[in-house]
Design a protein around this ligand. Structure first.
Ligand code: ATP
Ligand code: PAF
Ligand code: BAL
Length: 305
């Protein structure tokens, strides 16, 4: 069956009600479009686990501050809808901002604490915009399962907290970060990179891979791992906006001295060439689960050869 494109909330509600009446399970993949293989992996996972999969494309104004790239954010609807169709998504929901938020929209959903660190410290209000739009989208789609990418690690933590606190019955699933051959995490914003910027950006997965390698060899000193990462970035004259080791169980806590529990190393890095700046984020989870170790080994293979 080919993809159904819906632009109105009312039509989506009708579609969802019909599926619920037929007791069909619904998977939901929220995106901002400019779709790539990272998005495709989320859609494919949802398709394999649900009777129908709704993908949304909405460049959410509430999560951008005034100096950010809302106006320039890549919009590639034609190829996005082709990708959704190829991945066998059932519905593509693509509302306008006016359709999404009525003129009289007055509600903000705010998760405190964990939105104040990492990206939240540099993008004030960003996660309030994300949680507000996802609260609306979850209510619209009534999804059984919602798929988010590990690349936006903090976003996953925030949305898991929001859905737990507000008793949303949608299950939040995290999908692994899909990477280019050289380890760079796929991101819609990679399109902003010039060839020179793209070359420089490889320092991010390389730096993370050096930490991953040392971690797998038994290194647990936060200072030593931090130093490894910073030195690699410095070789490309890159200074991260943040580079932090935080506890997975509570990302408001920085890891001090020695890594003793499951941790995340998260980075935000501007790539600046000739005055044009692209902000990229990435992270690795430093833990002992086999899936975590596999992800680290995969990154090492790609980034360090
Ligand atoms: N490389 C990736 N691997 C897996 N999931 C990803 C990847 N990149 C993005 N996603 C996930 O896709 C969903 C939609 O993200 P979004 O549309 O913002 O794409 P993006 O590539 O992260 O864009 P941006 O460049 O703006 O960060 C999010 O859950 C995000 O984590
Ligand atoms: C989850 C999301 C679609 C909410 O606008 C966005 O933050 C994104 O693309 O990661
Ligand atoms: N995936 C992150 C969305 C944003 O940067 O606004």
């Amino acid at each position: 069956m080919s993809l159904i494109i819906i632009t109105r909330k009312k039509e989506l509600i009708q579609y969802v009600d019909e599926q619920k009446e037929k007791r069909k399970s619904i998977g939901f993949v929220p995106t901002m479009g400019a779709l790539h293989d990272g998005h495709a992996s989320l859609i494919r996972q949802s398709v394999s686990e649900n009777d129908c999969t709704i993908v949304s494309i909405f460049v959410n104004p509430k999560q951008f501050s005034i100096h950010e790239d809302l106006a320039n954010y890549p919009r590639t609807f034609q190829s996005d809808s082709e990708l959704c169709n190829k991945c066998k998504a059932t519905v593509l929901f693509a509302p306008t901002a006016e359709e999404m938020y009525s003129l009289n929209f007055k509600t903000e959903v705010k998760v405190t604490g964990l939105t104040e660190v990492l990206c939240g410290a540099f993008r004030p209000g960003h996660f309030d915009g994300v949680s507000t739009v996802l609260a609306v989208l979850i209510n619209l789609t009534q999804a059984n399962k919602l798929y988010l990418g590990q690349k936006d690690f903090q976003q996953v933590q925030v949305i898991k907290k929001m859905t737990a606190d507000l008793l949303f019955r949608t299950q939040i699933l995290t999908c692994p970060t899909v990477r280019e051959k050289d380890g760079l995490a796929l991101s819609s914003r990679n399109r902003y990179l010039s060839p020179e910027g793209r070359r420089k950006a490889v320092a991010i997965p390389k730096a993370l891979a050096l930490v991953a390698k040392a971690f797998l060899a038994g290194e647990r000193s936060v200072n030593k791992l931090d130093e490894l990462c910073l030195t690699e970035l410095k070789n490309e004259k890159l200074i991260p906006q943040y580079l932090e080791f935080r506890l997975i169980s509570d990302i408001t806590q920085k890891c001090e001295d020695t890594l003793s529990a499951e941790s995340v190393l998260a980075i935000a890095q501007f790539i600046e060439i000739d005055g044009s700046k692209t902000r990229l984020i990435d992270n690795i989870v430093l833990g002992n689960d086999s899936s975590q170790i596999d992800a680290l080994n995969e990154l090492i293979k790609r980034a360090l050869g």
